[in-house]
Design a protein around this ligand. Sequence first.
Ligand code: PAF
Length: 283
Amino acid sequence: MRILRTIAEVREAVTHARRAGKRVGFVPTMGAFHEGHLSLMREARAHNDLVVVSLFVNPTQFAPNEDLSTYPRDEARDTENAEQEGVDIFFAPAPAEVYPDGFATTIHVAGLTDVLDGASRGAHHFDGVATVVTKLFGIVRPDVAYFGQKDAQQVLVVRRVVRDLDLDVRIVACPIVREADGLAMSSRNVYLDADARQQATALNRALDAAQALHDGGERDADRILRAANTVLEHAGITPEYLELRDADTLEPVADATRDTLLAVAAHVGAARLIDNHVLKASS
Ligand code: PAF
């Protein structure tokens, strides 16, 4: 595995591979790898000739009051893990390489970013994500890029950027990877102390309760949300949001008759956690 720091080096390596007819798979990350990240790398490895992983803790997607300075970082461990997964190129640029003096462009996706995490974290969050992902796509020029479904809204935002800007990359969303007790894996889980770690299991239990109701034929949004909220209340969690929205457009829904995203965000102990289930129309 080659560890590269500059855009020029990555361009050269990828251009070389492309000329040799290789298919390029790309996994953008902010590091602090867990099984969720590794599952994306495995998927990329299984379907591509050249696998590129980026590690860049993107400052523009953090608000001033968020955890940019404390965000978990362990590049040595991350490079080891990536190497074990058969990654070919590990791109870990410095902030000034990505955002040189004079950088002045922002990609803003209207509509989709006004709700859920866009509403609770602020518009800067998805502007930062859309801008850095577009930039990384421009650097790596992958055939396929892999994202985790845990960040369901991020996947929709990235798909919309790709569609609206005619970017020649296919987006693959990979399933959420969970701990044995159902907690969705997240780099931010390291912020949880033992009590909060236990309390955090309520997020997926709440989604499971709603899912069970939906599986039993319930379609009324209020009743489905009430089932989830009851579990959260019992665990002493007040969600930042707990919402049912159309899984493609993120429009609010009164009933879950189409594929519907049930999304939750909550502060548990020192961590802000998100999780979701897609309630399938066919189930
Ligand atoms: O999901 C993440 O880790 C980040 O939002 C991403 C896609 C790497 C952009 O910084």
